[in-house]
Design a protein around this ligand. Structure first.
Ligand code: MG
Length: 337
């Protein structure tokens, strides 16, 4: 097997702000696995929150030598080799994981969801993310998102109340809230969540910093809305400790090293009676289509990463009137535009 890497810059349709920062473009790295004339494709969308940049992704991938592997079907062996090159580097590892899975599906001539024994038509609806902006601009974005029945509103700054009041005034849609660790005390978090419950929100994602797990546990005992872990859950090993503090977890391929571990995390979450959400970074259709292959297994999808960009070089899984749809193409189901 041979690995090829390519840099690309995803342009955002709107300047995107969350409680941590503001972005207009997102650099990513595409990975191709070549073997027996078949090309599997993967993507790394690194997040500084988890210590990665495109430079660290490239540096890691330069160390990956797949030449000794003659058989991509031995996925665990290949991925254990990649895992042991260095700790961390989860998005870089996810890119290789996705590319190998894509290769296998293409070799067999079937979509990955079928290889995994899943029903491709059992896909959930996906939320559409409204990034932080002035309340007036956020209302505009809500109106532009007319085709999406579920919206995820980014909060976590000082004007949460102003934003949510403006949005609730213009829509009765299902609203989910993501504070991205923005509420710093448990009292503030509880007060906001009680108020969000009155507005009829569905759940709250990552209300407080991941490091404050005891505060989140306190909050969980009192919260009228379900709490979903995002920054608190990175890998499989994080799950057992989270059941006391959360009602569900948000799995992202870029955090957890890819499809192989995401499957294990879904099973672990079920064993802990946690709901399962799959989310994404800002990603092209490569990363999104890979995650979407697992979506028949999950409760909530937040796989709008490719819908937020204007120069997606691929097409694959897509969102139709809010519902996630899987193409019938082999592997992760993407083709170049
Ligand atoms: Mg989140």
């Amino acid at each position: 097997m041979k690995l090829i890497i390519r840099h690309y810059s995803l342009q955002l349709r709107h300047t995107f702000t969350i409680s941590r920062g503001t972005y207009t473009s997102i650099p990513v790295v595409f990975v191709e696995v070549h073997h027996e004339g078949i090309v599997g494709i993967g993507e790394a969308s690194p997040s500084s929150r988890y210590g990665e940049t495109v430079e660290t992704v490239e540096a890691f991938l330069r160390k990956v030598d797949l030449e000794p592997f003659e058989n991509p079907f031995i996925i665990d062996t290949v991925l254990e080799y990649v895992r042991d090159i260095a700790p961390g580097n989860t998005a870089a590892k996810a890119a290789v994981d996705i590319a190998v899975h894509d290769w296998i599906g293409k070799k067999l001539g079937i979509p990955l969801y079928r290889f995994l024994g899943l029903e491709g038509r059992k896909t959930p609806y996906s939320s559409y993310t409204i990034g932080i902006d002035t309340p007036a601009r956020m209302v505009e974005k809500v109106n532009e998102a007319a085709e999406y029945p579920i919206l995820k509103i980014k909060l976590g700054l000082d004007n949460d109340r102003e934003i949510m009041t403006a949005i609730r005034d213009v829509t009765r849609k299902t609203l989910r809230v993501d504070a991205n660790e923005g509420w710093k005390t448990r009292e503030i978090a509880l007060e906001r969540i009680q108020w969000l419950a009155e507005l009829g929100c569905e759940f709250v994602e990552q209300p407080m910093p991941a490091s404050q797990i005891d505060d989140i546990t306190w909050l969980h005992e009192r919260s009228p809305l379900p709490l979903i872990a995002d920054e608190s859950v990175v890998r499989l090993e994080d799950i057992p400790n989270l059941a006391r503090a959360y009602d569900g977890i948000n799995i992202k391929l870029m955090k957890c090293t890819g499809i192989r571990e995401a499957l294990k995390m879904i099973n672990a979450a079920r064993a802990s009676r946690l709901k399962v959400m799959m989310g994404c970074m800002v990603e092209s259709s490569v990363g999104i289509s890979a995650a979407a292959q697992l979506s028949p297994l999950i409760d909530f999808a937040d796989l709008d990463g490719a819908a937020l960009i204007s120069n997606d070089p691929y097409e694959g899984a897509y969102i139709e009137k809010g519902r996630l749809r899987l193409p019938d193409r082999p592997g992760i189901g993407v083709k170049e535009r």
